[in-house]
Design a protein around this ligand. Sequence first.
Ligand code: KIV
Length: 266
Amino acid sequence: MSKVTTQDFSRKKSDGRKITMLTAYDYPFARIVDEAGIDAILVGDSLGMVVQGLENTLPVTMDEMIYHTKLVSRAAKNAMVIGDMPFMSYQAGIDDSVRNAGRFLKEAGASAVKLEGGPEIADKIRALTRSNIPVMAHIGLTPQSIHRMGGYKVQGKTEESAQKLVEDALIIEDSGAFSLLLEAIPMDLAKEIAEKLSIPVIGIGAGPYCDGQVLVLHDVIGMFDRFVPKFVKRYANLKEEALNAIRTYREEIEKGIFPGEDQSFK
Ligand code: KIV
Protein backbone atom coordinates (compact mmCIF):
# COMPACT_ATOMS: atom_id res chain seq x y z
CA MET A 1 0.00 0.00 0.00
CA SER A 2 1.35 3.46 -0.85
CA LYS A 3 1.03 6.63 1.15
CA VAL A 4 -2.35 8.38 1.08
CA THR A 5 -2.17 11.61 -0.95
CA THR A 6 -4.30 14.74 -1.37
CA GLN A 7 -5.46 13.18 -4.68
CA ASP A 8 -6.75 10.16 -2.72
CA PHE A 9 -8.72 12.59 -0.54
CA SER A 10 -10.39 14.11 -3.64
CA ARG A 11 -11.02 10.69 -5.18
CA LYS A 12 -12.71 9.48 -2.01
CA LYS A 13 -15.03 12.51 -2.05
CA SER A 14 -15.97 12.02 -5.71
CA ASP A 15 -16.53 8.28 -5.14
CA GLY A 16 -18.65 8.96 -2.05
CA ARG A 17 -16.22 7.03 0.21
CA LYS A 18 -15.63 8.44 3.70
CA ILE A 19 -12.21 9.80 4.69
CA THR A 20 -10.93 8.67 8.09
CA MET A 21 -8.64 10.80 10.26
CA LEU A 22 -7.37 10.64 13.80
CA THR A 23 -4.77 12.60 15.74
CA ALA A 24 -1.55 11.05 17.07
CA TYR A 25 1.46 12.63 18.70
CA ASP A 26 4.07 9.90 19.13
CA TYR A 27 5.61 6.83 17.49
CA PRO A 28 3.78 3.97 19.27
CA PHE A 29 0.29 5.39 18.83
CA ALA A 30 0.97 6.58 15.27
CA ARG A 31 2.00 3.00 14.41
CA ILE A 32 -1.31 1.69 15.75
CA VAL A 33 -3.34 4.35 13.94
CA ASP A 34 -1.47 3.64 10.70
CA GLU A 35 -1.86 -0.13 11.07
CA ALA A 36 -5.61 0.34 11.61
CA GLY A 37 -5.83 1.80 8.09
CA ILE A 38 -6.72 5.40 8.98
CA ASP A 39 -6.27 7.68 5.93
CA ALA A 40 -4.59 10.61 7.65
CA ILE A 41 -2.94 11.36 10.97
CA LEU A 42 -3.25 14.91 12.23
CA VAL A 43 -0.47 15.89 14.61
CA GLY A 44 -2.83 18.33 16.28
CA ASP A 45 -1.87 21.18 18.58
CA SER A 46 -4.42 19.48 20.85
CA LEU A 47 -1.26 17.77 22.11
CA GLY A 48 -0.96 20.83 24.34
CA MET A 49 -3.99 19.62 26.26
CA VAL A 50 -3.89 15.81 25.97
CA VAL A 51 -0.10 15.28 26.13
CA GLN A 52 1.34 18.37 27.83
CA GLY A 53 -1.53 18.90 30.31
CA LEU A 54 -2.07 22.57 29.36
CA GLU A 55 -5.37 24.46 29.76
CA ASN A 56 -5.56 25.30 26.03
CA THR A 57 -3.52 25.03 22.83
CA LEU A 58 -2.11 28.56 22.75
CA PRO A 59 1.30 27.94 24.38
CA VAL A 60 2.27 25.09 21.99
CA THR A 61 5.39 26.04 20.02
CA MET A 62 6.62 25.30 16.49
CA ASP A 63 9.59 23.33 17.84
CA GLU A 64 7.27 21.12 19.91
CA MET A 65 5.03 20.53 16.87
CA ILE A 66 8.05 19.64 14.72
CA TYR A 67 9.31 17.20 17.36
CA HIS A 68 5.97 15.38 17.63
CA THR A 69 5.42 15.39 13.85
CA LYS A 70 8.83 13.72 13.39
CA LEU A 71 7.83 10.92 15.78
CA VAL A 72 4.55 10.38 13.93
CA SER A 73 6.12 10.51 10.44
CA ARG A 74 8.60 7.81 11.46
CA ALA A 75 5.65 5.50 12.19
CA ALA A 76 3.21 6.36 9.40
CA LYS A 77 3.81 4.03 6.47
CA ASN A 78 0.47 4.61 4.70
CA ALA A 79 -1.39 7.42 6.45
CA MET A 80 -0.91 10.98 5.26
CA VAL A 81 0.70 13.05 8.04
CA ILE A 82 -0.72 16.54 8.53
CA GLY A 83 1.09 19.01 10.80
CA ASP A 84 -1.05 21.47 12.73
CA MET A 85 0.36 25.00 12.67
CA PRO A 86 0.39 26.31 16.26
CA PHE A 87 -0.84 29.69 17.47
CA MET A 88 1.32 32.58 16.14
CA SER A 89 3.21 30.44 13.63
CA TYR A 90 1.20 31.90 10.71
CA GLN A 91 -0.97 34.77 12.00
CA ALA A 92 1.76 37.46 11.86
CA GLY A 93 2.49 37.32 8.15
CA ILE A 94 2.91 35.40 4.92
CA ASP A 95 6.71 34.97 5.30
CA ASP A 96 6.26 33.42 8.75
CA SER A 97 3.54 31.11 7.52
CA VAL A 98 5.57 29.84 4.53
CA ARG A 99 8.75 29.35 6.60
CA ASN A 100 6.94 27.55 9.42
CA ALA A 101 4.72 25.43 7.17
CA GLY A 102 7.81 24.50 5.17
CA ARG A 103 9.45 23.11 8.33
CA PHE A 104 6.64 20.56 8.69
CA LEU A 105 7.45 19.14 5.24
CA LYS A 106 11.22 19.68 5.20
CA GLU A 107 12.18 18.70 8.78
CA ALA A 108 9.29 16.64 10.08
CA GLY A 109 8.12 14.48 7.16
CA ALA A 110 4.54 15.81 6.95
CA SER A 111 2.74 15.97 3.59
CA ALA A 112 0.39 18.83 4.47
CA VAL A 113 -0.38 21.42 7.13
CA LYS A 114 -3.54 22.60 8.85
CA LEU A 115 -4.32 26.25 9.70
CA GLU A 116 -7.23 27.68 11.67
CA GLY A 117 -9.16 30.51 10.06
CA GLY A 118 -11.30 31.72 7.15
CA PRO A 119 -10.90 34.70 4.79
CA GLU A 120 -8.26 36.23 7.09
CA ILE A 121 -5.86 33.40 6.19
CA ALA A 122 -6.77 33.22 2.48
CA ASP A 123 -3.54 35.03 1.50
CA LYS A 124 -1.51 32.49 3.51
CA ILE A 125 -3.35 29.53 1.95
CA ARG A 126 -2.51 30.97 -1.49
CA ALA A 127 1.16 31.49 -0.58
CA LEU A 128 1.52 27.99 0.87
CA THR A 129 -0.22 26.36 -2.08
CA ARG A 130 2.10 28.30 -4.43
CA SER A 131 5.02 26.88 -2.42
CA ASN A 132 3.68 23.34 -2.98
CA ILE A 133 2.53 22.95 0.64
CA PRO A 134 -0.97 21.41 0.70
CA VAL A 135 -3.27 23.16 3.18
CA MET A 136 -6.22 21.93 5.20
CA ALA A 137 -8.12 24.92 6.59
CA HIS A 138 -10.11 24.74 9.86
CA ILE A 139 -13.23 26.83 10.58
CA GLY A 140 -16.18 26.71 12.99
CA LEU A 141 -14.92 26.26 16.53
CA THR A 142 -11.25 27.22 16.21
CA PRO A 143 -9.53 26.50 19.55
CA GLN A 144 -6.75 29.04 18.90
CA SER A 145 -9.47 31.77 19.02
CA ILE A 146 -10.74 30.68 22.45
CA HIS A 147 -10.35 34.17 23.93
CA ARG A 148 -12.28 35.84 21.09
CA MET A 149 -15.00 33.13 21.13
CA GLY A 150 -15.29 33.22 24.94
CA GLY A 151 -14.98 29.43 25.31
CA TYR A 152 -15.38 26.22 23.35
CA LYS A 153 -18.87 26.85 21.93
CA VAL A 154 -20.82 25.45 18.98
CA GLN A 155 -20.51 27.92 16.06
CA GLY A 156 -22.89 28.83 13.23
CA LYS A 157 -26.10 28.59 15.25
CA THR A 158 -27.59 31.88 14.05
CA GLU A 159 -28.64 32.40 10.43
CA GLU A 160 -26.06 35.17 10.04
CA SER A 161 -23.14 33.18 11.48
CA ALA A 162 -24.17 30.11 9.45
CA GLN A 163 -24.19 32.18 6.25
CA LYS A 164 -20.76 33.57 7.13
CA LEU A 165 -19.37 30.04 7.55
CA VAL A 166 -20.71 29.05 4.12
CA GLU A 167 -19.09 32.14 2.57
CA ASP A 168 -15.81 31.50 4.43
CA ALA A 169 -15.76 27.88 3.20
CA LEU A 170 -16.15 29.03 -0.42
CA ILE A 171 -13.30 31.56 -0.01
CA ILE A 172 -11.08 28.83 1.46
CA GLU A 173 -11.79 26.52 -1.44
CA ASP A 174 -11.07 29.36 -3.87
CA SER A 175 -7.75 30.06 -2.11
CA GLY A 176 -6.46 26.60 -2.98
CA ALA A 177 -6.90 24.55 0.21
CA PHE A 178 -7.06 20.81 -0.59
CA SER A 179 -9.49 20.17 2.25
CA LEU A 180 -11.56 21.91 4.93
CA LEU A 181 -12.08 20.89 8.55
CA LEU A 182 -15.32 21.94 10.25
CA GLU A 183 -15.44 21.84 14.04
CA ALA A 184 -18.54 21.99 16.27
CA ILE A 185 -21.21 23.31 13.92
CA PRO A 186 -24.79 22.12 13.34
CA MET A 187 -24.96 19.04 11.11
CA ASP A 188 -27.30 20.56 8.52
CA LEU A 189 -24.93 23.49 8.05
CA ALA A 190 -22.00 21.06 7.64
CA LYS A 191 -24.08 19.14 5.06
CA GLU A 192 -24.72 22.33 3.10
CA ILE A 193 -21.01 23.22 3.12
CA ALA A 194 -19.92 19.67 2.14
CA GLU A 195 -22.40 19.73 -0.76
CA LYS A 196 -21.35 23.21 -1.95
CA LEU A 197 -17.61 22.51 -1.91
CA SER A 198 -15.75 20.30 -4.34
CA ILE A 199 -12.84 19.82 -1.88
CA PRO A 200 -13.30 17.19 0.88
CA VAL A 201 -14.86 18.44 4.10
CA ILE A 202 -13.76 16.72 7.31
CA GLY A 203 -15.90 17.08 10.42
CA ILE A 204 -15.31 16.99 14.16
CA GLY A 205 -18.57 17.62 15.94
CA ALA A 206 -20.11 18.51 12.57
CA GLY A 207 -22.42 15.54 12.09
CA PRO A 208 -22.54 12.60 9.69
CA TYR A 209 -22.81 14.36 6.32
CA CYS A 210 -19.18 15.49 6.03
CA ASP A 211 -16.88 13.71 3.57
CA GLY A 212 -14.79 12.41 6.46
CA GLN A 213 -14.36 12.49 10.23
CA VAL A 214 -11.57 13.27 12.67
CA LEU A 215 -11.35 12.92 16.45
CA VAL A 216 -8.64 13.35 19.06
CA LEU A 217 -7.04 9.93 19.65
CA HIS A 218 -6.92 10.32 23.44
CA ASP A 219 -10.71 10.90 23.48
CA VAL A 220 -11.38 7.85 21.28
CA ILE A 221 -9.32 5.44 23.40
CA GLY A 222 -10.22 6.89 26.81
CA MET A 223 -6.85 8.37 27.72
CA PHE A 224 -8.15 11.89 28.42
CA ASP A 225 -10.94 12.43 30.93
CA ARG A 226 -10.52 16.04 32.06
CA PHE A 227 -13.60 16.78 29.92
CA VAL A 228 -15.32 14.88 27.11
CA PRO A 229 -17.03 16.94 24.37
CA LYS A 230 -20.54 15.83 23.26
CA PHE A 231 -19.26 14.90 19.80
CA VAL A 232 -16.77 12.33 21.12
CA LYS A 233 -17.49 8.62 20.97
CA ARG A 234 -15.21 6.59 23.23
CA TYR A 235 -14.28 3.21 21.74
CA ALA A 236 -12.02 1.98 24.58
CA ASN A 237 -11.04 2.84 28.12
CA LEU A 238 -7.28 2.56 28.06
CA LYS A 239 -6.84 4.72 31.15
CA GLU A 240 -8.79 2.15 33.18
CA GLU A 241 -6.81 -0.74 31.67
CA ALA A 242 -3.47 0.99 32.31
CA LEU A 243 -4.52 1.87 35.85
CA ASN A 244 -5.46 -1.75 36.60
CA ALA A 245 -2.22 -3.09 35.08
CA ILE A 246 -0.04 -0.62 37.00
CA ARG A 247 -1.90 -1.23 40.29
CA THR A 248 -1.44 -5.00 39.85
CA TYR A 249 2.27 -4.47 39.08
CA ARG A 250 2.67 -2.43 42.27
CA GLU A 251 0.81 -5.00 44.37
CA GLU A 252 2.84 -7.90 42.96
CA ILE A 253 6.12 -6.14 43.84
CA GLU A 254 4.84 -5.38 47.33
CA LYS A 255 3.73 -9.02 47.86
CA GLY A 256 6.93 -10.49 46.40
CA ILE A 257 5.11 -12.08 43.43
CA PHE A 258 7.06 -10.10 40.80
CA PRO A 259 9.65 -10.87 39.61
CA GLY A 260 9.05 -14.63 39.64
CA GLU A 261 11.33 -17.38 38.36
CA ASP A 262 10.15 -16.73 34.77
CA GLN A 263 11.46 -13.18 34.86
CA SER A 264 14.74 -14.13 36.61
CA PHE A 265 18.11 -15.50 35.35
CA LYS A 266 19.72 -18.69 36.67
O1 KIV B 1 -5.52 20.04 17.27
C1 KIV B 1 -6.32 19.17 16.92
O2 KIV B 1 -6.23 18.00 17.30
C2 KIV B 1 -7.41 19.56 16.06
C3 KIV B 1 -8.59 18.66 16.07
C4 KIV B 1 -9.53 19.11 17.12
C5 KIV B 1 -9.20 18.56 14.76
O3 KIV B 1 -7.38 20.58 15.45
